[in-house]
Design a protein around this ligand. Structure first.
Ligand SMILES: [Zn+2]
Length: 175
């Protein structure tokens, strides 16, 4: 299957009513906020979105996104390649107030009219999935100085469970 671009805007309620899926790419240039903290190494980010209505009639977008980035290794300060994989489920709501009534396992996304701008949603999820600290698996600084204790201290300052998850994923990354 050839790679296609995702549309910038969708009508998420209609797609959910129809049970549609979208799969495609978003150009790496679209993600200005990510560019401030990481270097996206691919031309694009791979996105899969499923739109559906759940059994309680919440309209939901279930997504999975893959992105390759370079981050600064916190030991040697040279780039380390990291694969960021984000899985998320958001419920489409019309107002702040209805956002408070959705089940806990969803994040809300507020869509007042019929149009959802996909890039900000995707970028927000990628920022959540981005590890705060990245290290080479075989970093030479670590091998020279064995500074595992320093690392432990750094990681204690990481309260966000998304980041803990992301760090686990980083650990699996071949570099
Ligand atoms: Zn390193």
């Amino acid at each position: 299957m050839s790679k296609s671009s995702l549309p910038d805007y969708v009508n998420p309620r209609r797609l959910a009513n129809q049970g549609m899926s979208l799969e495609g790419e978003i150009s790496a240039d679209s993600f200005k906020r990510i560019a401030e903290v990481a270097t996206i190494t691919g031309q694009s980010v791979q996105v899969k979105l499923k739109f559906f209505s759940d059994e309680e009639n919440f309209r939901v977008i279930s997504g999975s996104i893959d992105m390759d980035v370079d981050l600064d290794c916190q030991r040697c300060l040279t780039p380390v390649s990291v694969k960021v994989e984000s899985q998320f489920e958001v419920a489409i709501v019309a107002t702040d107030e209805s956002a408070r009534n959705i089940p806990n396992h969803y994040e809300p996304v507020i869509v007042e009219e019929d149009t959802l701008d996909l890039v900000p949603l995707i970028e927000e999820e990628l920022l959540l999935a981005l590890p705060m600290h990245a290290y080479h698996n075989d970093c030479e600084v670590q091998m020279s100085y064995g500074d595992a204790e320093d690392v432990a201290e750094v990681e204690e300052t990481t309260p966000n469970p998304f980041q803990v998850l992301a760090n686990l994923k980083v650990g699996k990354t071949k570099n």
